[in-house]
Design a protein around this ligand. Sequence first.
Ligand code: NAI
Length: 246
Amino acid sequence: MAGGASAQRRALVTGGASGIGAAIVRRLAADGLAVVCADLQGEAARRLADECGADAVQLDVCDYERVHAVVQQFGPFDVLVNCAGVDQHEFFTRTTPQDWRRLLGVNLESVLNTTHAVLPAMQQAGYGRIVNVASEAGRLGSRGGSVYAAAKGGVIAFTRSIARENGRKGITANVVAPGPIDTPLLRQAVQQGGGKLMDAMTGATLAGRLGTSDEVAAAVAFLASEAAGYVTGEVLGVSGGMGCGA
Ligand code: NAI
């Protein structure tokens, strides 16, 4: 779909079954987009989709062929939101190459898979909004999250490159970089990292608190909107000021 503001835009949201992704699915659906919620947890994705009038599909974003098949089946998409992610709190010397492959695969290579699948149709339509959920760790580094931070830094550099390649084709590509947001992923990291990790995370923000998934979804919804057409290649921190100055 190339033109008219009245036509319904189609959005693919990965990692949409839980936490920040679920808030994004709800928010984009409430904003009137036709949303496809794609997640490894197919049942949870289906329940959420039923609740807010979206479509759902079980998808491993690391599976290049399957990503293309899903885009073929449900696309073409005007909006792509990459939110699927995994974290692991461990000092680098204690991690294994197997950990690296998982962290880089889910957090970075997945973004290449989905972007590769949706971009040609966006280019043909002359319209597209790509929003990648990275992390402040991708700008600042992370003590106990080096490989995760490397992946998220890669997402930022990749997004800016896609913005450069497609700036004149009506396609924008931006990053939302959350700080500590109250989700299952964060609670799992706190379990792995011990009680002091929570104090350290909130203490690193100017706001002195955790953020909410809805606060991240609001930023994503703006960057995914037609109104944000002159915003591209940006990194928008939603982190209570954690990335201030980065
Ligand atoms: P979450 O764990 O609540 O949700 C992540 C979702 O991704 C889950 O539904 C999970 O099933 C899905 N997922 C994982 N691997 C997948 C795969 N291979 N294929 C498809 N789906 C897969 O996590 P949360 O906190 O909502 O995180 C969402 C995004 O925000 C992630 O990219 C994360 O790195 C990022 N983020 C989160 C922060 C936080 O404090 N919660 C801080 C900074 C970034």
